[in-house]
Write a protein that binds this ligand. Structure first.
Ligand code: 4AD
Ligand code: MG
Length: 396
């Protein structure tokens, strides 16, 4: 008798192939089948508490479709780099597949929420000519005789679309030529981004909070078996998420003797420290102007600050979403571009939005991989991708 472990998209199944119950030819094929061979099995299903999944199939018909022609390179104990080089094979592992399917459920749940709230999905360009998040991290692309770039965020295009649809969202890739080799940086990642007309900072924070609350509660229900299989306990955090200001964050950090001055950006170390103070995601509001991109609206009572709010995840994860209220006044936007040394010529279409019936509006972008990394307690963000892209990896 031969035991065969079968895998398909629903999981693992134990099959017994017994001499006499299949033809001699089929039995021989079963003995020749190697690790990762593809096969077709017909048989009788029996309950068996000892088998994985609690059932066993007694084979009556065995067909070997394709055998492995070399030894399968993924074995117990191989290193992380080899697993990444062989990612195209490693994704067959039930553990990797469970992570990727939770990630897929994550965007399904987001779409469901947006649909229920009458948001309109828009499909924004990936090839672009004007930076959203600063020129330093743009990936250049040769575009025939001109130069174009890969999109860092669909935000600026979403701002154009709210004039037709009021509430829009997109689930699209973002690219950043960032040399950061950390456990939470990729050069290609996906964002769930939304933009809402006639919404201010407080409104958009509630959108972020409601969206995430829906995603978390839907996912733990729909993917319960996968969480169990991965041995991850995830308790959906309850809204409202705590809110602190940037200035309070700096004071807290200084009280831990961290070297940070008011006005500095919050780096990975600072975010990690703060995120250990909370046990649910939390907002940091009112970042200083110089630490945020040009489009953030200054806080009217203190123009050194912006009407911005990042969402940070606890357990040391740090930022998972950024966003806030956008500058809606033409002159203020031109001034801001000059302050950030951007050329208003490059942004004529974006400036047009402030010329023709501008409205108060706000939006945000949520990093999918970072959020999945946090939910599943993954040691590295690359584990949340089908094919991770980092400064040292664009293969396979
Ligand atoms: O904070 P960011 O740069 O914000 C924007 O791109 C806005 N334009 C979004 C908007 O308002 N529509 O990026 C948003 C999120 C971050 O909070 C983080 O979760 C993720 O995108 N992110 C990254 N994820 C992985 N690797 C990187 N290098 C990332 N950079 C940002
Ligand atoms: Mg950010």
């Amino acid at each position: 008798m031969i035991f065969v472990t079968l895998r398909d998209s629903t999981g693992l199944l134990q099959v017994t192939v017994k001499k006499g119950l299949v033809s001699d030819e089929e039995f021989k094929k079963a003995t020749e089948a190697t690790l990762e061979a593809s096969v077709v099995v017909e048989g009788d299903v029996h309950a068996d508490a000892r088998a994985p999944g609690g059932v066993e199939v007694q084979c009556t018909n065995f067909r070997l479709i394709a055998n492995s022609i070399e030894e399968y390179p993924i074995k117990l104990g191989v290193g992380k780099e080899l697993l990444l080089d062989k990612r195209h094979l490693h994704i067959r592992s039930p553990k990797v597949a469970a992570i990727l399917s939770i990630r897929s459920a994550f965007s399904d749940a987001a779409r469901e929420w947006f649909k229920g709230k009458s948001f309109h999905e828009v499909y924004c360009p990936i090839l672009i000519t004007a930076a959203c998040e600063g020129g330093a991290t743009l990936f250049p692309v040769k575009y025939f005789k001109r130069k174009a770039f890969l999109s860092q965020s669909v935000q600026l295009y979403q701002e154009t679309a709210i004039m037709s649809f009021e509430k829009v969202y997109s689930i699209e890739p973002s690219f950043r030529a960032e040399l950061s080799r950390t456990r939470r940086h990729l050069t290609e990642f996906w964002q769930i981004e939304a933009e809402v007309a006639n919404a201010d900072l407080e409104d958009i924070m509630r959108v972020k909070e409601e969206l995430l609350t829906h995603i978390f509660s839907k996912i733990v229900k729909d993917c319960e078996a996968k969480f169990n299989f991965l041995n991850v306990k995830f308790t959906p955090p309850k809204p409202p998420f705590p809110r602190i200001t940037y200035s309070e964050a700096v004071e807290r950090l200084q009280s831990f003797d961290m070297k940070i001055e008011w006005g500095d950006g919050l780096g990975a170390d600072e975010e990690r420290m703060l995120s250990k103070e909370f046990d649910s995601p939390f907002f940091i509001k009112y970042y200083p102007r110089k630490s945020k991109a040009f489009y953030h609206k200054p806080y009217p009572a203190d123009p050194e600050l912006t009407l911005s709010a990042d969402l940070l995840a606890p357990d040391g994860q740090g930022e998972i979403a950024g966003g806030g209220q956008r500058i809606d006044d033409y002159n203020e936007l031109v001034q801001s571009m000059e302050m950030f040394q951007l050329n208003p010529e490059d942004y004529q279409w974006y400036l047009d939005l402030r010329k023709f019936g501008s409205v108060v509006h706000s939006g945000f972008g949520l990093g999918i991989e970072r959020t999945v990394q946090w939910m599943l307690k993954l040691p590295h963000i690359r584990d949340a991708c089908l094919y991770p892209r980092t400064p040292s990896r664009v293969y396979p």
